[in-house]
Design a binder for this molecule. Structure first.
Ligand SMILES: [Cu+2]
Length: 116
């Protein structure tokens, strides 16, 4: 599995919500939040999407959020890029590119708490 991080700024006057991420390289993508419960790192799906208030920036890494790419169809190589589409409730579809970076072992270990 691969996790993606974005930084979203809402420069509009109304709140918006990131509802979906579409990437051809994965079967599907989910929003997850990392939590620590009883000293065990876990991830919980964020079913409601990610709200960005007007004038606010949501930094996935700082908020312990990530986009989980489920069942990548290709092996991702360090330094590669792949396209994806962010779907917002109000702003609609925004095309982006994710840069692939191999994470240190201790960071990917937190995925062991994953339900599937
Ligand atoms: Cu996850």
């Amino acid at each position: 599995m691969a996790s993606g991080y974005v930084k979203l700024t809402n420069s509009g006057t109304e709140a918006d919500r990131l509802v979906e991420v579409i990437a051809a390289m994965a079967e599907r993508a989910e929003f997850h939040r990392s939590t620590v419960e009883d000293g065990i790192a876990q991830m919980r799906p964020v079913e409601t999407g990610v709200v960005i208030e007007p004038g606010q920036t949501v930094d996935f890494e700082a908020e312990k959020l990530h986009i989980m790419f489920i069942s990548p169809k290709a092996t991702l190589k360090d330094g590669e890029k792949f396209p994806a589409t962010l779907v917002f409730e109000k702003a609609g579809r925004v095309d982006v590119e994710f840069a692939v970076q191999r994470k240190p072992a201790e960071a990917s270990e937190s995925h062991s708490g994953h339900g599937g």
